[in-house]
Design a protein around this ligand. Structure first.
Ligand code: PGA
Length: 249
């Protein structure tokens, strides 16, 4: 069966309650484009209010702790996300790996905790600029997958997001050929690690400066099953055209 396109907005540390109207407009448009799965990952503070404002919508976290509870001041556990109605969580975003020192082992533990709590996972990988320039991007990304993919999981509940760090928030994007080549390499690696049938089911999203203008081309590239969108997911005006581009493919 063909993989359904998946368009996910990562609001990062943006959004007050006044932004809930944008989420409602985004999920209303998602309802008009039923062939595409749409989710939003707002800051923790908005997850509950967003679910109340858009009942039934797929809303998730941007991170979770690997433990189910405990003395971890400031952290949020996966069962807490599930408890308030979140259905997914992003783990391993480069802003967490770089800014908070998260290793592949940390990301693997978080992904495992999220799956155990019943959440779907978007597991992020991606190379820094100097690695891309030195020609080592594929090796770097495949090593991240080897180190951060949980051992045993339901492939329908785990998506990979390939986000070259140098493309995040910069307006720079790899060529469509480079994106397709990386996604193909990731799918082959998933096949090695999880088996061919799991790899055929798993969705691989591209992230990094996706916008209304480049979405159709990027989403149409080989082995690209959707997009993880930061800046352009904050308003319906910018995000809905990306959902529509995915629906048109
Ligand atoms: P961007 O962010 O779309 O603003 O580049 C993507 C991301 O970090 O997930």
């Amino acid at each position: 069966m063909a993989r359904r396109k998946y368009v996910v907005g990562n609001w990062k540390m943006n959004g007050l309650t006044a932004a809930l109207g944008e989420a409602q407009a985004i999920f209303a448009a998602a309802g008009e484009n039923k062939g595409v799965d749409v989710a939003l990952c707002p800051p923790f503070t908005l997850i509950g209010p967003m679910i109340s404002a858009a009942p039934g919508a797929a809303v998730g976290g941007q991170d979770c702790h690997a433990a189910a509870s405990g003395a971890f001041t400031g952290s949020v556990a996966a069962p807490m996300l599930a408890d308030i109605g979140a259905s997914l969580v992003i783990v391993g975003h480069s802003e967490r790996r770089e800014g908070f020192g998260e290793s592949d082992a940390d990301v693997k533990a978080k992904a495992g905790a999220a799956l155990a709590a019943g959440l779907s996972v978007i597991l992020c990988v991606g190379e820094p600029r100097e690695v891309r320039e030195s020609g080592g991007a594929a090796d770097y990304v495949l090593a991240q997958i080897a180190g951060s993919l949980p051992g045993d999981f339901d492939p329908a509940r785990l998506a990979i997001a390939y986000e070259p760090i140098w493309a995040i928030g910069t307006g720079l994007v790899p060529t469509v050929g480079d994106v397709a080549a990386m996604h193909g390499a990731i799918r082959a690696k998933l096949g090695e690690q999880a088996g061919g049938s799991a790899a055929g089911t798993m969705r691989i999203l591209y992230g990094g400066s996706v916008n209304a203008e480049n979405a159709a081309e990027l989403l149409g590239a080989g082995d690209v099953d959707g997009a993880l969108v930061g800046g352009a997911s904050l308003t319906a005006g910018k995000f809905v055209p990306i959902i529509e581009a995915a629906a048109a493919l």
